[in-house]
Design a protein around this ligand. Structure first.
Ligand SMILES: Cc1ncc(COP(=O)(O)O)c(C=O)c1O
Length: 449
């Protein structure tokens, strides 16, 4: 971007920052008060990354909208970074959770809901057996442990610029072709070169080179990358990757936590991926904490043979509240009533509408940007062509520009995710919600042009 445009961007950002502060006095006061008791004034450090000088404090939310403590209404296209892809507080889940809350929350004993959830997951994803966690991070961590245990191999493989939650082994990236800790990695237990191989997505030769030493227990992968923009697999990539993994005895773990956005069975069902293990969290309980991982019959046979009853509670796979009754009640209601085929049929065309609108405005001004879509998730990146891998996508990132567009949208009633330019549809998102985003985006880019 030219220097003159950068200067203009800085001035526009200052103007929007002033407007944000003036229109959110109650959030500002809460943020100031929070400095006394919360580290950095927020419950989680990433909540500082919102584009305004402080986060908007939420009062209530329902469906695709929320209201802040200053009484402003927003179209929520962030949807809790997928945790609320179901829409906020879907009625069926609220009822199931309320009933469960009255009847006991956690027992260290199963409820029938667990079976209903396991049966549903088996049908939608095709994997035979399921276990539960409180987060997708834990589901990834436990899947990795199982893969290492049964293959007796030390390493895992991830893609450059992946994100799979706070899994130590996955905070690795390539620097000049060598593996090292990801930028910003806080207190890594060991240099991840000891635990992890990293390759670029969509490069089968690199994958083959990384697997050929027969020391990689598993590939942990999103079927399409979603955490550094949307990066779609090229034709034949997963077929090739699946074959390579089998050839070298490496397990394939599909992390469908975000890619569930393509349909009820995620990319695994849509693209017939045949992973050995599958992870799904966030939206699975409509925002009530819960995650799951599933295994094939073969993986289960191999791991069962190695777990001793006496040690099964101290093997590093656990969590006192994992599989609790409340999580399972929320999951059952979410799977039965919300993450359904008919709801995806409503959500996906809305993402198409989002893309059409954004793409029209990008073309109108001749900006070298593009917009991608994966099911009901859409995202624009600041490069002419859709990136093929994490490296290309990260090279196109523009933090200053991103913050301006986010703040501009926020000031006009639209919330995007703070981390990149993602927009997600839920069953209650409307065409009017999408059109508001398109209008606001058009105004923002017109100011920049
Ligand atoms: C693909 C993917 N997997 C796993 C996670 C971890 O989810 P959680 O933070 O709920 O553990 C994330 C979080 O963003 C994610 O994007």
């Amino acid at each position: 971007m030219e220097t003159t445009t950068r200067e203009k961007l800085s001035k526009l950002q200052e103007r929007e920052t002033r407007r944000f502060a003036a229109e959110h006095p109650k959030s500002a006061a809460l943020y100031e008060r929070a400095q006394n008791s919360l580290l950095g004034g927020v419950p989680m450090n990433w909540m500082k990354k919102w584009a305004g000088a402080f986060p908007v404090f939420v009062e209530r939310a329902k469906g695709a909208h929320f209201r802040c403590v200053d009484g402003r209404d927003y179209v929520d296209l962030c949807l809790g970074d997928t945790g609320a892809m179901t829409g906020h507080s879907p009625d069926a889940v609220v009822e199931a959770v309320a009933k469960r809350a009255r009847d006991g929350l956690t027992f260290m004993l199963p409820t029938e809901d667990a079976l209903r959830v396991g049966e549903d997951l088996k049908k939608r994803f095709g994997l035979a057996y399921w276990q539960f966690t409180l987060t997708a991070t834990d589901a990834n961590r436990f899947s990795i442990r199982i893969a290492r245990e049964i293959t007796e191999r030390p390493k895992i493989l991830v893609f450059h610029y992946c994100y799979h939650g706070t899994v130590d082994e996955s905070f690795a990236m390539l620097r000049d072709g060598a593996v090292g800790p990801r930028r910003g990695n806080i207190g890594p237990p060991v240099n991840p070169v000891e635990t992890t191989r990293v390759v670029e997505f969509n490069n089968l030769n690199a994958l083959e080179d990384a697997l050929r030493q027969h020391d990689v227990a598993c590939i942990l992968a999103e079927p399409a990358m979603t955490n550094v923009g949307i990066i779609l697999p090229e034709e034949g990539y997963w077929k090739g990757a699946r074959q390579l993994a089998r050839r070298f005895g490496t397990l394939l773990i599909a992390d469908e936590t975000h890619t569930i956005c393509v349909g009820p069975g995620g990319c695994t069902a849509e693209w017939k991926l045949e992973p050995d293990m599958l992870v799904f969290g966030k939206a699975i309980g409509s925002g009530i904490a819960g995650g799951t991982y599933g295994c094939t019959e073969e993986v289960v046979q191999r791991i069962s043979a190695r777990i001793d009853l006496e040690d099964c509670d101290v093997g590093g796979i656990g969590g006192t509240l994992a599989g609790n009754a409340l999580s399972l009640a929320a999951m059952r209601a979410t799977l039965e009533h919300v993450l359904t085929k008919s709801n995806f049929e409503r959500m996906i065309p809305l993402a198409v509408r989002f893309n059409d609108g954004v793409s029209r405005e990008i073309k109108r001004h001749g900006f070298p940007w593009n917009v991608q879509r994966l099911g009901c998730r859409a995202e624009y990146t600041f490069c002419q062509k859709p990136p093929r891998n994490g490296g290309e996508s990260a090279a196109a990132a523009d933090f200053q520009l991103e913050r301006f567009l986010h703040l501009y949208a926020l000031n006009r009633g639209v919330l995007l995710t703070p981390f990149h330019n993602m927009a997600l549809m839920c069953p209650e998102t409307t065409e009017a919600d999408i059109d508001l985003h398109t209008k606001v985006f058009a105004e923002a880019v017109a100011e920049l042009a």
